[in-house]
Write a protein that binds this ligand. Structure first.
Ligand code: KG4
Ligand code: ZN
Length: 344
């Protein structure tokens, strides 16, 4: 019988639990994947409020863990280990998940594995598609914009990161400053569908730069200035601004990725199948996916874009990272601390 891991994720505004194991052929198997979003709790405040998030995790965690075990048809006694996100993220929420995981492990005499949230995203293509090391990951979420070389379990090289805002954050702020009725990047994408991406000439930050970093704060400012110039905003103006912003962001991203793929090809010329995997909530954006597909096609690289439920924050990726760590004997003690900042 292969190892069976309960994973717990509480680093931001999702309370999540999942059970992951392997099938008879050793392929990863997601037995359950429960995600309870707190979006409604934070909506009135225009962003995630740490204190509210921590309280909401306390209220939700027991039910979410029970649901994950029930969906998987497993009891605590069937588990090999409990994995929980120890960082990076909001400390109040991290403590809730870590303490829950440790308590369950201690009560049942199970191993405990502390997982870096970013490692969860980085290993997702192995969970979904069984990708072999090494491969490249583009992590684009509300808190992170990074290009990672994944050499092996615990061996990550950050090739590029944002020097200011994360891409998801730039989408979120754009939605807010344009007064969209719904929050976040998904709303920008929706409005962009009816817009002209060429109407506003917005900057393509970092385009052509040798280093593989990103920058999105200037783009966001440019959107604000463009919006101010056409005030009051008609619906078409909003759609055009969304489309222009999205095109500029996708263009900047595609440029950075093309450069990263070239470096990847030069460093690993003999891979049977070079892979770029995307992770993070922004990977849901169809316009961005399209540009990434183009860049990958040009470079002869396979693009892996996991299903949306596994792109955004979830506990299956934490359970899976826990599974790899458990199998490698990399366990943690009950004294493993949570960390608000924790670079890979
Ligand atoms: O990975 P995720 O669920 O949570 C973390 O930030 O860790 O990512 C959420 C981010 C938010 O900034 C949200 O606006 C963005 O992903 N996002 C999108 C889309 N859907 C979600 N950005 C652009 N287009 C979308 N369709
Ligand atoms: Zn995340």
């Amino acid at each position: 019988m292969s190892a069976l891991i309960l994973g717990i994720e509480t680093s931001c505004d999702e309370t999540a639990a999942s059970v992951v194991g392997r099938d008879a052929d050793g392929r990863p198997l997601i037995l359950s994947n429960v995600v309870l979003s707190q979006v409604a709790e934070h909506a009135a405040f225009g962003g995630v409020v740490p204190e509210i998030a921590a309280r909401a995790h306390v209220e939700a965690i027991t039910g979410v863990v029970e649901a994950a075990l029930a969906d998987a048809g497993t009891g605590l006694g069937d588990l090999s280990a409990v994995a929980a996100t120890l960082g990076p993220g909001l400390v109040g929420g991290l403590i809730v998940g870590a303490m829950t995981g440790k308590a369950l492990a201690a009560a049942r005499g199970l191993a405990f594995v502390g997982v870096n949230h970013l490692e969860g995203h980085a290993l997702t293509p192995r969970l979904t598609d069984g990708i072999a090391y090494p491969y490249l990951v583009l992590l684009v979420s509300g808190g992170h914009t990074q290009i990672l070389l994944v050499r092996g379990l615990g061996h990550y090289e950050r090739w590029g990161t944002t020097i200011d805002d994360a891409l998801g954050e730039a989408f979120d702020k754009t939605a807010k400053l344009l007064g969209l009725p719904e929050q976040g990047g998904a709303a920008v994408e929706k409005f962009a569908r009816g817009g002209d991406p060429k109407r506003f000439a917005l900057p393509r930050p970092m385009k052509g730069e040798k280093r593989l970093d990103f920058s999105f704060s200037g783009l966001k400012t440019a959107v604000r200035q463009a919006a101010q110039a056409v005030m009051p905003l008609a619906d078409q103006d909003v759609a055009d601004l969304c489309a222009s912003f999205q095109a500029a962001a996708a263009d900047s991203l595609a440029d950075r990725i093309a450069r990263a793929l070239a470096r990847f090809g030069a460093e690993f010329p003999n891979l049977a199948e070079p892979v770029l995997a995307v992770a993070g909530g922004v990977a849901a954006n169809a316009a961005i996916r399209l540009r990434l597909e183009e860049a990958c096609r040009t470079a002869g690289v396979r693009l892996i874009a996991p299903p949306l439920k596994l792109c955004g924050d979830n506990a299956a990726m934490i359970a899976y990272a826990g599974l790899e760590r458990f199998e490698a004997g990399r366990l943690d003690g009950m004294d493993a601390p949570v960390r608000s900042r924790w670079p890979l």
